[in-house]
Structure formats: C-alpha cells, structure tokens
Design a binder for this molecule. Structure first.
Ligand code: HXC
Ligand code: NAP
Length: 287
C-alpha cells in the first residue's frame, strides 16, 4: 500500500500543474508524479509553503518542481501562472484540480460569505484553472488530461459540509460534461472521489478540537482503516498517465467502501452477533 505502482519513468515527458500541491494529498500526488519522471508546477496562495515543499523534494533529487503563487479564485493570476509555467517548464500536459476549502458547521449558522468562501475556491477555482488550461490546449491543438479531486458526498450530498457538497457536485458535473464536450480536442477529464485520508488541512477543519477523539473516521470504513496517501497517488498517476487513455468521464471512488456502508439498507446488521443469528435461524427452522 505504501509503494509506487507504475513503472519507472511512466510519466517522463509529462508536465503537470497541481493546485494545492504544497500540502496534504496534493503534495503526495506531486511527490509521486516527480518520482515517475514528470515535471510539476505546484500552485496555491502561500508561496512559502510551496517553496518549503520544493526544497524538501529537491533534497531527494526531485528537481523538476516549480512553485508559483496563485489564488484559484483569481482568473487573471491563474492565466499568468499558466503562462509563466509554460515559459519555464515547457508545454503543460495535465492539470490536477486539487485545491479546496472546507469547514464543518450546521448550515443554519453559515453566512452568505461562508458559502462563497468554499464555492469560490472549490467550484469557481476549478473552473478558472480548467478554462485557462483547456483554452490554451484547444488554441494550440495540444492534447491534455484533467483530473478533479471531488469527494464521495459529491453525489450523495452531506449535512454539515453543505457548501463543499454543493461545490464538489458542481465539479462532478463539470468533469462529466467536459469529458464528452472536449474529447474531440483530445482532452480527457476524470475525477477521484477520496474517502478519509488524514491530512492536517482536512482534519483541522472537519474534526476540530474534541471531534477528532470522539469520531474516529476509520470506524465508518468497512475495510477498517483510513487511506494511505500512496494509494491515492497511485490512482492519480494512473489517471494522469497514457495507460488510462481510454478512461474518460470516470469518477473513481477510493474510500474502502465507506459511502456504500452508509447507503445499504441493512448494512447496520453488522451489529447482529453470531449468537443472535443462531437464534434467528432456530426461530426460522421451527416456524
Ligand atoms: C462557519 C466559517 C468558518 C467555519 C470561515 N467561515 N470558517 N463559518 N464555520 N468554520 C466564514 C467566515 O466567518 C466568513 O464569513 C467566511 O467564511 C470567509 O472566511 P475567511 O476566513 O475570510 O475565508 P478565507 O480566508 O477565504 O478561507 C477559506 C476557508 C479556510 C475555507 C474558510 O478554511 C481555508 O483557507 N481553507 C483552505 C484549506 C482547507 O479548507 N482544506 C481542507 C480541505 S478538506 P463572514 O460572514 O463571517 O465574513 C476537504 C475534504 C472533504 O475538502 C471530504 C473529507 C472526507
Ligand atoms: P489541504 O492540505 O488543506 O489542501 C488544500 C489545498 O488547497 C492547500 O494546499 C491550499 O493551499 C490550497 N488552497 C486553498 N484555497 C486556495 C486558493 N484560494 N487558491 C489556491 N490554492 C488554495 O487538504 P487535503 O486533505 O490535502 O485536500 C486535498 C483535496 O482532497 C481537496 O480537493 C479535498 O476536498 C480532497 N479530499 C480530501 C479528503 C481527505 O480526507 N483529506 C477527502 C476527500 C476529498 P494554500 O492555503 O497555500 O492556498
């Protein structure tokens, strides 16, 4: 689970942009893309964090990484960073829309600005990057791959993270729509829907204070644990690589079965002990 899946140099010749690539899952995907030979532009609001990540990877000989500051909400900044990236790294072949904002709260406590804060980063930020890169590819007749990071509640919805659920549902619709519309330009669009993967960013905002002790995310997962970052990086590398050339418009769930556990009508029967099943069986055979 902690080892890489693809062959050495599987991503040689590729140049990817990873939004939110300085932390959490974006950082883990970036590390693996670099290991597989890709060049990676990482971008987010905090340049000092991006540069720290660059320095960390450079210590391990991963030199093809370029940190550039841009707020995904600012379409002009996004275009500038795209152009700068192309100037310094060469043609971009893939985009990972990973940047996100989220927090946990009863919806009736949210202000309109709180809704905007999440929707502007997650949905509009993804649109800003996808439009900038997609238009560039179409104009220059270059193929490309877009990978959007959504969540399992993008299609089920979820209480207490409603701005994020609305925004991720929009990103899911964007993924499936562009997969069809832009295929003629040789642009593939896919998504990953992760379940719980421990990151500082997600845990501090979704399980703040005492919540982390009270609500163990692993307990909701049928396989009994949270995700390993390398597992998600393996999937992302596959979806960004030419090995997945015929995968388009797909959303791959990687959650150990978590969302289905909540969905199945009788899944809570896990609580029935073998002795109780014996009693029920006896009742049936007698009746
Ligand atoms: C209610 C909140 C709030 C909270 C902020 N607001 N935090 N409301 N509960 N916890 C409100 C503020 O009061 C304000 O409204 C408005 O939101 C904007 O707040 P700012 O702090 O000015 O926003 P901003 O600086 O843009 O920061 C955005 C942010 C922040 C989303 C609030 O947390 C952030 O930068 N996050 C980036 C990283 C992140 O969230 N990572 C986790 C991704 S995890 P008013 O009206 O008061 O002005 C993830 C996992 C999904 O997506 C699935 C897991 C299984
Ligand atoms: P994270 O470390 O907090 O990642 C979020 C990243 O987004 C940060 O690097 C942040 O960098 C960047 N970002 C936020 N606002 C931005 C803005 N306005 N402009 C540019 N960049 C911005 O959390 P994570 O857990 O790794 O999340 C990564 C992705 O996985 C997200 O899409 C999240 O929804 C998804 N996901 C995570 C989990 C999980 O369990 N961890 C589960 C399901 C889905 P700056 O602060 O420097 O801008």
């Amino acid at each position: 689970m902690e080892s890489g899946m693809l062959k050495t140099n599987s991503l040689k010749g590729q140049t990817f942009i990873v939004t939110g690539g300085g932390t959490g899952l974006g950082k883990s995907m970036t590390r693996y893309f670099l290991e597989l030979g890709a060049k990676v532009l990482i971008t987010s609001r905090k340049i000092e964090i991006l540069e720290k990540t660059r320095d960390e990877f450079k210590q391990f000989g991963m030199d093809n990484i370029l940190p550039l500051q841009a707020d995904v909400r600012d379409s002009a900044e996004v275009k500038n960073v795209l152009n700068k990236g192309i100037e310094l790294l060469g043609p971009v072949t893939g985009l990972v829309n990973n940047a996100a904002g989220n927090f946990i709260s009863p919806t009736e406590r949210l202000s309109p600005r709180a809704f905007d804060a999440v929707i502007d980063i997650v949905l509009k930020g993804t649109v800003n990057w996808t439009l900038a890169v997609g238009k560039h590819w179409i104009k220059h007749n270059q193929p490309g791959t877009v990978l959007n990071i959504v969540t399992t509640y993008a299609w089920t919805g979820s209480g207490f993270v409603v701005p994020s659920a609305c925004a991720k549902a929009g990103v899911l619709a964007l993924t499936r729509s562009l997969a069809v519309e832009w295929a003629k330009y040789r642009i593939r669009t896919n998504a990953i829907a992760p379940g719980p993967f421990p990151t500082e960013g997600a845990w501090s905002r979704l399980l703040p204070g005492e919540l982390a002790k009270k609500l163990d995310p692993a307990q909701k997962v049928p396989v009994g644990r949270v995700g390993e970052h390398q597992e998600l990086a393996n999937l992302a590398a596959y979806l960004m690589s030419p090995f997945s050339a015929f995968v388009n418009g797909e959303v791959v769930t990687i959650d150990g079965g978590e969302w289905l556990k909540g969905a199945g009508e009788f899944n809570h029967m896990e609580q029935v002990t073998p002795e109780m099943w014996d009693t029920l069986e006896n009742l049936r055979s007698k009746g």
